[in-house]
Design a binder for this molecule. Structure first.
Ligand SMILES: *[C@@H]1O[C@H](CO)[C@@H](O)[C@H](O)[C@H]1NC(C)=O
Ligand SMILES: *[C@@H]1O[C@H](CO)[C@@H](O)[C@H](O)[C@H]1NC(C)=O
Length: 533
């Protein structure tokens, strides 16, 4: 009873307040209604003005370059020299030890796009980074692919095809190499284990390496960057370290952890040099291990023949056992398996594989691999165009995997159920469009890349950058998530989008039918050391 009276009094006083501040209250009410309808009836964002105006590849490359500049400015103004911008809050984060990940990852792209102002800004910065100090744990794999790969690639571009950009800062360009060496010297104690397989995480202040197990991808994705460092500097120690640890992945033990020929488990015991499971995947934990098997063959056929043989085994097994076409559809996805049964799930990360099969098929002249790569690429394209935003989700599954009623409905209409609807500015699908275009020269892939680009800009753009979104299958894309704008937006997504429209240059994949450069897993091109294939 008492509470009823209190409520009535409250309502009365609310009414009085409403009368007293009528205009302000009315505005508040209208705002609330507007906000609620926005949530209940979300609108599709407008198509950017340039989307239909830019038609030729040259015009489209120019738009991608403008968008890259816009994103750089936002980061430089609000987050530099921290690792990433948080676009929704104009704030920053340091998920990569605070060494300026976005700046380092953007340098090669700025060079390829021929933007002297941005190249200068980053060249001034990199010599000032102290790679020997950080209070946060260092992830050997992430640090290698983002920082070491980013600096080595920029060094090769700025002493090679883009050397005109270095004219007033030759000593800063030289510093890219000395900083790479410093970084590798700082990290190399990770390999100081009974087997030579590196530990995953390093504490620099304590000079301690942790993790008694490490993944196939974390171990197997160092080989390109560390080998390149040796080949450029002439100091063999870096190549020797990765060479030794790769042996355990190329000759996996025990036998049962290789569920199909070439397909390996995910976790490796660093102290014993043995795999601990037989869960094979083209997603996180396995992905770039397989990717680098064939890329090392591109890098140097004479030295990396065994890597190629292992890749061929893995691809044959993948086509036969690990790829799955969900019932009643025409899409083919790569799932995970222990050799007993398939997991019936896949995702955006696996979409790089299309491009990897196309690259390998082209250099080995095996049409079957190219065709399979194109099929995976097409399925990832369908993952994009069938959603409400035109952007593909993070992860999917299909029957007989256990699914919610909503996912079952999605399966009926889309051909896959969405298990994680986020989009994190990931590059893998566009990366595969790039390889598909470079090898077939079919302009359809350029159009697919353009439509993905338009959808991504329309749905993720903020005032100063691009934000991860929460629901690719909701009109409008759901919410901007308030999380970081990953540095790979700069090294991969923008670069592949630019290069698919850009003119022929020596760094392009399949340039005059050969590859003089090879792209790292993080989109950083490195010059090959053998003869071009
Ligand atoms: C590629 O393979 C086909 C047969 O599969 C052969 O006819 C062709 O000559 C090969 N091309 C090269 C460049 O080796
Ligand atoms: C699958 O079928 C749909 C509709 O029949 C078609 O539009 C699409 O291109 C096909 N996709 C593949 C990968 O074959």
């Amino acid at each position: 009873m008492v509470s009823m009276r209190i409520i009535r009094i409250r309502i009365l006083s609310l009414r009085r307040a409403f009368k007293k501040h009528f205009v302000a209250s009315a505005i508040l009410l209208l705002l609330a209604v507007w906000f609620a309808t926005g949530i209940l009836f979300p609108r599709a964002p407008e198509r950017p003005k340039w989307a239909d105006r830019a038609v030729t590849p040259a015009q489209r490359a120019e738009v991608v370059k403008d968008v890259f500049k816009f994103a750089w400015r936002g980061y430089y103004t609000h987050a530099f020299p921290n690792d990433e911008l948080i676009p929704l809050w104009n704030w920053y984060s340091n998920s990569r030890n605070g060494w300026g990940a976005t700046a380092v990852e953007a340098l090669g792209t700025a060079a390829i796009m021929d933007i002297p102002e941005i190249v200068d800004q980053i060249l001034d910065f990199i010599p000032t980074i102290d790679f020997t100090k950080t209070k946060d744990p260092v992830d050997l794999f992430e640090t290698t692919i983002r920082y070491l790969g980013g600096m080595l690639s920029a060094y090769e571009l700025l002493t090679g095809p883009m050397h005109h950009l270095a004219h007033n800062k030759p000593e800063n360009v030289e510093s890219l190499l000395t900083q790479s060496t410093t970084l590798a010297n700082t990290l190399k104690f990770a390999f100081d284990t009974p087997t030579g397989i590196p530990r995953k995480t390093l504490l620099l202040d304590k000079q301690m390496a942790t993790g008694s197990i490490n993944t196939a991808s974390s171990i197997g994705t160092l080989v390109l960057e560390w080998t390149r460092l040796s080949d450029i500097t002439g100091d063999e120690q870096y190549a020797a370290l990765v060479d030794k640890s790769m042996n355990y992945l190329l000759n996996p033990k025990p036998q049962i952890t290789e569920p199909y020929p070439g397909i390996v488990g995910t976790w490796v015991n660093v102290d014993r040099g043995e795999f601990t499971d037989a869960w094979g995947t083209w997603g996180g934990g396995g992905d770039s291990f397989y990717e680098y098997l064939i890329k090392m063959f591109v890098y140097d056929q004479a030295r990396f023949g065994l890597n190629m043989e292992r890749w061929v085994k893995a691809i044959d097994s993948t086509i036969e056992y690990v790829a799955e076409t969900p019932q009643g559809g025409n899409l083919t996805f790569l799932t995970h398996t222990t050799g007993k049964s398939l997991d019936h799930e896949s995702g955006h990360l696996q979409c790089f594989a299309g491009g990897n099969f196309i690259l390998g098929g082209k250099i080995l002249n095996i049409t079957r691999y190219i065709d399979f790569g194109l099929k995976i690429t097409e399925s990832c394209h369908e993952m994009y165009i069938r959603t409400a935003t035109g952007i593909g989700p993070e992860t999917i599954s299909w029957p007989p995997a256990r699914m919610t009623p909503e996912q079952e409905n999605q399966f009926k209409t889309l051909g896959f159920g969405i298990t994680n609807a986020n989009f994190d500015l990931r590059p893998e699908t566009v990366e595969s469009y790039y390889y598909a275009y470079r090898v077939t020269k079919d302009r359809k892939y350029q159009d697919w890349a353009w439509e993905a680009f338009v959808a991504i800009v329309a749905h993720t753009k903020t005032r100063n950058g691009f934000s991860p979104i929460s629901n690719v299958n909701k009109v409008g894309g759901g919410m901007k998530r308030g999380s970081k704008q990953e540095s790979f937006l700069f090294s991969e997504l923008f670069k592949y989008l630019y290069l698919i429209f850009a003119e022929e240059t020596e760094i392009q994949v399949n340039y005059e039918g050969r590859n003089e450069w090879v792209f790292s897993t993080e989109g950083h091109p490195l010059r090959i050391s053998g003869t071009a294939v």
